[in-house]
Ligand binder design. Structure first.
Ligand code: PBG
Length: 327
């Protein structure tokens, strides 16, 4: 009790604070999401995500090199095909845009982990994450019909040199289906990072601009989770562990720190948190308006994800933050 106990004693000097800091944040924890667009000559800025662009292949390579130079741990690729159609076949095309990009990046032998987002919504003309039965206007998505297509996409990404497969579609059974397909194709060593607790969030708005992947009808609430549900998130994530996931992700990140903490307590797999596009946009626009100090706020937000239990963090601030952390 006061005055015997004074918490401020341990906050008194920089040396003490540095020595006793509980959580670290380093460049190698960060993963940069990158958008690559088929047929794009250079790059196009994304208006709702200041500082982020859709890249053509050359521009993507330069961005990946800059990430590697800054010490970023990895990049995760999102593809925008030239043509979308109902099945989303651009996702698994051997010369699909992500597959081309992956080969080009691997050829550079950059010191980066190369990850691939596996989902169909960037490739389907209706913008849903799986197969829609003809006539369905609600966007329910046929779970079991979608599994084979996701598995095919994962194998084609692995063939192109993607080192970590990250399914974000939220179909039931997709981790098991992808694991079996990867193993059968000889990729027994390719890990799966499951977007295990992915919520139907309003914070994906800017991403859907960027990837042109907003659903044409209905919404994603029959497959992504209800933001009000914490117990369900744990249950669903642990099913992915049983199916063979090697790592789990919580998404969005900042608005779901409680889920990260609970998952950290409930399992021992490495965890990732995705600080999503709307969370990035909030930080960027608030900083641009002079309301917050961008560098301090971004580093604080990323540290909070680590403190809650994330081993790695997917963030559009990856390159910038890595550079700050190295100064
Ligand atoms: C694809 C996918 C989405 C995001 C990552 N993978 C969009 C969605 O589910 O609608 C969002 C990422 C972000 O907002 O930064 N399913």
């Amino acid at each position: 009790m006061f005055p015997t106990h004074r918490s401020r004693r341990l906050r008194n000097t920089t040396a003490l604070r540095n020595m006793l800091r509980e959580t670290t944040l380093a460049p190698q924890h960060l993963i940069a999401p990158l958008f690559v667009q088929e047929g794009l000559a250079s790059s196009t800025p994304i208006a709702s995500m200041p500082g982020q662009s859709r890249h053509g292949l050359d521009s993507l390579l330069r961005e990946a090199e800059a990430c590697a130079e800054a010490g970023v741990g990895g990049v995760i690729l999102f593809g925008l095909p030239e043509h979308k159609e109902p099945e989303g076949s651009g996702a698994w095309a051997e010369d699909g845009i992500v597959q081309q990009a992956a080969r080009a990046i691997r050829a550079r032998e950059l010191p980066l982990l190369l990850m691939g987002d596996v989902c169909l919504c960037e490739y389907t003309s209706h913008g849903h994450c799986g197969q829609i039965q003809p006539g369905d206007r609600e966007g329910r998505v046929d779970n079991d019909a979608t599994l084979a297509l996701l598995a095919r996409t994962a194998v084609s990404q692995a063939r192109a040199g993607i080192e970590v497969i990250a399914p974000s579609d939220m179909m039931d059974g997709r981790v098991a289906a992808i694991r079996a397909a990867l193993d059968e194709a000889g990729f027994t060593h390719t890990p799966i990072l499951s977007y295990a607790a992915k919520f139907a969030s309003a914070f994906y708005g800017p991403f859907r601009d960027a990837a042109d992947s907003a659903p044409a009808f209905g919404d994603r609430r029959t497959y992504q989770m209800d933001p009000a549900n914490g117990r369900e998130a744990l249950r669903d994530a642990l099913l992915d562990v049983e199916e063979g996931a090697d790592m789990l992700m919580v998404k969005p990140g900042l608005a779901y720190l409680d889920i990260l903490v609970r998952l950290r307590q409930a399992c021992d797999l490495p965890l990732a948190a995705y600080c999503v596009s709307g969370e990035y946009a909030m930080l960027e626009f608030a900083a641009a308006a002079g309301a917050i100090d961008k560098r301090a706020a971004v580093l604080e937000a990323l540290t909070s994800l680590r403190r809650a239990g994330a081993d790695s963090i997917l963030t559009y601030h990856a390159r910038e933050a890595a550079a700050w952390l190295r100064e």
